[in-house]
Design a protein around this ligand. Structure first.
Ligand code: 13P
Length: 251
């Protein structure tokens, strides 16, 4: 039985002061979140402060990206060691906004996934098709290319650690959620791909989150689907009550 995982991706929102306020409010709402893994992913500048707020709880801290190298002349990058020092456990990699605006590709995402696993960080690897892909019937081929590329050469044993987030780009921040049937269909497809790549045991173990306009009102139905193991939440993660509502839907 896969444990559900709900992660809040705060994106480029919240100063340190605002982040502390939100983390405290979430902590109050989720004093007892035993049945679900909960992860907060603030911007880099607020990771330390958020880590401090949730240090004595079951809530985890994640980052929104990570550099692929250990250290050195990589202006603007953040290393695994810098994140681990702040008690980061999860790293979101290959988010569609990074693929689209910063031209991250599967080759680099794959390097980051390997580095994160090597350093005992848990990657949340994002994949998802654009509206034109869906409308032209290419959802599966686009998702397959991203899954095979970003997870190339990852051993079967790593799939208990890594998380895949299926986020249809057309559903992100648009208020248009994929129906639970649409999401389930792609999740099952991804699980089938993992089975083909590394075997049935890893496919059965890997957690696949849905992301894209997930809210308390639609979370229960999405999370009830057999292959949806959690959510990667954007907008609704910026409000403690909404975020807690989604977490509670996963219990
Ligand atoms: P929204 O929940 O705002 O649609 O964002 C989803 C997302 O991109 C999470 O990574």
């Amino acid at each position: 039985m896969r444990k559900k995982i709900i992660a809040g991706n705060w994106k480029m929102n919240k100063t340190v002061e605002e982040a502390v306020e939100l983390a405290k409010a979430i902590k109050l709402e989720l004093a007892d979140c035993n049945g679900v893994d909960v992860v907060l992913c603030p911007p880099f500048t607020a990771i330390k402060a958020v880590s401090d707020v949730i240090s004595e709880t079951l809530i985890n801290v994640g980052s929104q990206n990570m550099g692929s190298e250990d250290e050195g002349a990589y202006t603007g990058e953040i290393s695994h060691a810098m994140l681990k020092e702040l008690f980061v456990r999860y790293v979101i990699l290959g988010h569609s906004e990074r693929r689209e605006y910063y031209k991250e590709n599967d080759f680099w995402i794959n390097k980051k996934v390997k580095k994160a696993l090597e350093k005992n960080l848990r990657p949340i690897v994002c994949v998802g098709e654009k509206l034109e892909d869906r409308e032209s019937g290419n959802t599966e081929s686009v998702v397959e290319q991203q899954v095979r590329g970003s997870l190339a050469d990852i051993p079967a044993s790593a799939y208990t650690e890594l998380v895949i987030a299926y986020e249809p780009v057309w559903a992100i921040g648009t208020g248009k959620t994929a129906t639970s049937e649409q999401a389930q269909e792609v999740h099952a497809f991804i699980r089938g791909l993992i089975k083909d790549m590394v075997g049935a045991e890893a496919a059965d173990a890997v957690r696949i989150q849905y992301g894209g306009s997930m809210k308390p009102g639609n979370a229960s139905e999405l999370l009830a689907q057999p292959d949806i193991d959690g959510g990667l939440i954007g907008g609704a993660a910026l409000d403690a009550v909404s975020f807690a509502g989604i977490v509670n839907a996963g219990i």
